[in-house]
Design a protein around this ligand. Structure first.
Ligand code: IMP
Length: 188
């Protein structure tokens, strides 16, 4: 079996992100939502999603610190846009166990916001360990480790244009460059 399998092509990403942008534009037609991207994985998705929207939006980001092992997360950077009374849309690359999203929703709930929804490009539903609403999702995926279009392996490959599943993680563990020919085919 191949070590890396493309699971979402550039064409599928473009089509689905544009559908999500249209749906958000319809649902928030009379409002100016604050789109808050969860760094760093949201970057390509966020950039494409806001440009697929046909309404005005505010854009902000936050980043998380992860406490290895315990699964607890903390918010390292508070959002800069004042959130009181605003409709907030969290933009996530992927919801996996759900722990990150639960923590974020709790923290954002402390601000007196008008509404809160999440748009996640990917939903790894089989790995969920806490129940958490995901109002908008791009694709449901299995439990393979994914890289590309924002998702990384040790801080690499976030700029690969499409999404790939790593079928055997030991390949990357022993050679972090093994995915480069797939991520950057023009350089081969
Ligand atoms: P959760 O708290 O388990 O839902 O974790 C979500 C975060 O884990 C995402 O925002 C990603 O940063 C990371 N993550 C989860 N699955 C993957 C994956 O398959 N590839 C790369 N990063 C992942």
């Amino acid at each position: 079996m191949a070590d890396f399998v493309e699971v979402v092509t550039v064409e599928d990403l473009t089509r689905r992100v544009s559908e999500l942008g249209q749906q958000l534009s319809d649902d928030y037609a009379d409002r100016v939502p604050v789109m808050i991207g969860v760094l760093n994985g949201c970057v390509p998705f966020m950039a494409d999603l806001v440009r697929a929207m046909e309404i005005d939006v505010a854009v902000d980001f936050l980043s998380l610190t992860r406490f290895d092992g315990s699964g607890r997360v903390g918010m390292a950077l508070d959002a800069g846009v004042p959130l009181g009374g605003r409709d907030v849309i969290l933009v996530e690359d992927i919801v996996d166990t759900g722990l990150t999203l639960v923590t974020l929703r709790k923290m954002l709930g402390l601000h007196e916001i008008a509404s809160l929804a999440t748009v996640a490009l990917l939903d790894k539903a089989p790995r969920r360990i806490v129940e958490v609403p995901v109002e908008y999702r791009g694709f449901e995926v299995g439990d393979e480790f994914l890289i590309g279009y924002g998702l990384d392996w040790n801080h690499s490959y976030r700029n690969a244009k499409s999404l790939w599943a790593v079928m055997d993680l030991s390949v990357l563990q022993s050679d972090a460059d093994a995915f480069a020919p797939f991520a950057y085919p023009a350089s081969v």
